[in-house]
Design a protein around this ligand. Structure first.
Ligand SMILES: [Mg+2]
Length: 262
C-alpha cells in the first residue's frame, strides 16, 4: 500500500487537509517535532531507535533548505544529538528551554539551581507512593511518564504535579502530553522557540513549516500560523490546518517534497 493510499484509507480520522506536495528548498524553513512526528511513540522515550532512513531524510532536508531545518522537541539537546549522531542540526530542546542556533551558538534558560534542586527532591518524595513511573530528569525540566498506568493514576499524578508547579512560585508550569506530565520552565514553549529561530539566519524571511503531534506543539502551530506558514498536525491528538496520520506519512510527505520518491 502506497503512502497516499494509507492516508486516504484512514480518512475517517482526518482532522485537516493533506498538505500539498510543494517543493521544499531554500525558500523554506522546516521545524520538526521528534517523538510521534518522525518516529512512532514508544512505551518509554529511551527505547526509541533512530533508523538510517530518518538520518538520511533529515540530512537531505538540512541541505535542501540550506541549513534552515531544526528539530523542536521536549527532549534535551544532548539526548537529541546522541540519537541523531552524526548529524548536528539546529535544535530546540526541552520545549525551547535550550536552543542551538544554526551558527552553533547555544542559549539556555537560567533557573536558580536551588529551585531546581528543591523541585527535583519534592518530586522524588511525592512520587514515592507510585509504582511503574519513569521520571525523566532533564536538568531544568522533569517529565513523568505513566504509560499504561490508567486514568486513576493519571488523575492522582496530575494533582501531585500541579502542587509542585504551584510550589515553584510560577517558575515551572505543568504540561500534559500523551501519558506524560512535565514540569517545564513557564517562560518556554515551542512557539517562542520557533519565533527565535525565525528571527535569525538562515530561518528569517523563509516560509516556515512546522509538524507536530502533541499538545506541546500547539504553540508552534500558532507561531507559524501568525506568519502564514504551514502547520501540520500528526495523528489524532491535535489539529492544525493540515494533517497527516502518522510518522510514516510525515516521512513520505517530506520525501515527496524533496523529490526523493519512496
Ligand atoms: Mg511529539
Amino acid at each position: 500500500m502506497g503512502e497516499s493510499v494509507s492516508i486516504e484509507a484512514r480518512g475517517m480520522h482526518r482532522q485537516g487537509m493533506s498538505p500539498p506536495l510543494n517543493r521544499i528548498a531554500e525558500h523554506c524553513a522546516v521545524f520538526l517535532d521528534f517523538d510521534g512526528t518522525l518516529l512512532n511513540l514508544m512505551d518509554r522515550p529511551d527505547l526509541v531507535v533512530v533508523d538510517g532512513c530518518l538520518l538520511y531524510l533529515l540530512d537531505e532536508l538540512y541541505v535542501a533548505t540550506a541549513g534552515a531545518t531544526a528539530l523542536v522537541s521536549g527532549r534535551s539537546m544532548d539526548n537529541l544529538d546522541a540519537l541523531l549522531t552524526p548529524l548536528r542540526l539546529p535544535l530546540a530542546g526541552i520545549h525551547g528551554a535550550e536552543r542551538r542556533s544554526a551558527d552553533g551558538s547555544v542559549k539556555k534558560i537560567a533557573i536558580p539551581a536551588t529551585l531546581v534542586w528543591h523541585t527535583r527532591m519534592a518530586l522524588r518524595l511525592r512520587l514515592r507512593r507510585y509504582t511503574g513511573l519513569l521520571i525523566e530528569d532533564k536538568g531544568c525540566a522533569f517529565a513523568v511518564h505513566y504509560r499504561g498506568a490508567g486514568p486513576q493514576v493519571a488523575m492522582r499524578l496530575r494533582v501531585d504535579m500541579q502542587a509542585l508547579a504551584v510550589a515553584s512560585g510560577g517558575v515551572f508550569d505543568l504540561l500534559e502530553g500523551r501519558e506524560v506530565f512535565e514540569l517545564r520552565p513557564r517562560s518556554c514553549d515551542k512557539g517562542a522557540a520557533l519565533e527565535s529561530f525565525m528571527s535569525e539566519p538562515p530561518f528569517a524571511g523563509r516560509f516556515p513549516i512546522f509538524i507536530g503531534d502533541d499538545q506541546t506543539d500547539l504553540a508552534g502551530f500558532e507561531a507559524v500560523g501568525r506568519v502564514q506558514g504551514m502547520a501540520i498536525a500528526v495523528g489524532p491528538r491535535v489539529t492544525a490546518p493540515y494533517w497527516l496520520p502518522d510518522p510514516a506519512a510525515v516521512r513520505a510527505w517530506l520525501r515527496g517534497c524533496l523529490g526523493l520518491g519512496n
